[in-house]
Design a protein. Structure first.
Length: 308
């Protein structure tokens, strides 16, 4: 399995974890949604992320998901989220993931880190516990973690932790962070890959600022693939026009507390998973929400046909 590195580009879809209506892992749907993402043109996959309901899985279930996805996607780089409150759990799941053929691991900072020094030291400790040679993705998502990584702290992590090869950028507002990182690299700092999250909500601006692609889980991954490809070809007007077609549903899916239910509902309607169920605690969409999704989807199809 290829490893990610500082040159990694494209779209790594954050995969949902399918459950049946009773809350059990649905492995057949896991195969199906993996095929769906790859069929949409994804360059890689990221599993066991925050939107993959990773905290709701047991260690044994996590290992099952890793093994199943990697086996289903031979030759495709798969990044595994291994965030946990303690370093021992991170080390254990990282070892299992890499043994099974993962391309790297992703770690978000725990909410207990409240100084820049503590954040920088933490990633040094993570690198030690996962072991030399394991590519590490820093997940910078302060809206979820409560931890803000300053530009200076990020630069320090890049300088001090060679295993950090990628930033999953989800700061908000955070476009200036991408510009600052690329400016530091132009001045001699080591380059790292930047893939962006937030459901793709700012994707055209992010790639224009120097991001290498997306690492997020919008239910229409073909949009992200198309935007990133158009931007790479220098066709920014085309990238923005395509993005605009999908923007209403991108926005709708970004509702805090409801977004994953919306995403799973759409994936279910698209036939990618057999059930839209979230594992408890977590509820699906109600009738009014379903009607709104249907109206937005119909409008999206009409505008996509007009774009050509």
């Amino acid at each position: 399995m290829p490893l990610i590195d500082q040159t990694t580009r494209g779209v790594f879809v954050i995969a949902v974890t399918p459950f049946d209506d009773a809350g059990a892992l649905d492995l057949d749907s896991l195969d199906r949604v993996t095929d769906f993402y790859l069929g949409a043109g994804a360059d890689g996959l990221t599993i066991l992320g925050m939107m993959g309901e990773a905290p709701k899985l047991t260690q044994a279930e996590s290992r099952t998901v890793i093994e199943r996805v990697i086996a289903r996607a031979p030759g495709v780089p798969v990044v595994v989220g291994v965030s946990a409150p303690g370093l021992a759990a991170i080390g254990e799941l990282s070892a299992a993931a890499m043994d099974l053929g993962a391309a790297g691991v992703m770690v978000a900072p725990p909410g207990s880190l409240n100084t820049n020094e503590a954040i920088a030291a933490y990633y040094g400790q993570v690198a030690q516990v996962i072991g030399a040679g394991v590519p590490l993705v820093v997940q910078d998502y302060p809206l979820a973690t409560g931890v803000t990584i300053s530009n200076a702290t990020l630069n320090r992590i890049v300088a001090e932790v060679p295993q950090v090869v990628m930033l999953k950028h989800e700061d908000w507002p955070g476009l200036a962070k991408i510009s600052a990182l690329r400016a530091a690299e132009a001045a001699g700092q080591r380059r790292i890959s930047v893939l962006c999250g937030n459901g793709g909500l700012f994707l055209p601006e992010e790639v224009a600022r120097g991001a290498d692609g997306a690492m997020t889980g919008f239910a229409f991954p073909e949009m992200m693939v198309g935007v990133v490809a158009a931007a790479a070809a220098g066709e920014m007007d085309r990238a923005r026009d395509l993005f605009d077609v999908y923007l209403p549903l991108v926005r709708y899916e970004q509702q805090p507390g409801a977004g994953l239910a919306v995403r799973k509902h759409v994936l279910w309607k698209r036939g990618a998973i057999a059930s839209p169920a979230l594992r408890r605690p977590g509820a699906g969409v109600d009738a009014a929400t379903e009607a709104e999704i249907a109206a937005l989807w119909k409008r999206q199809d009409r505008r996509l046909a007009a774009l050509g």
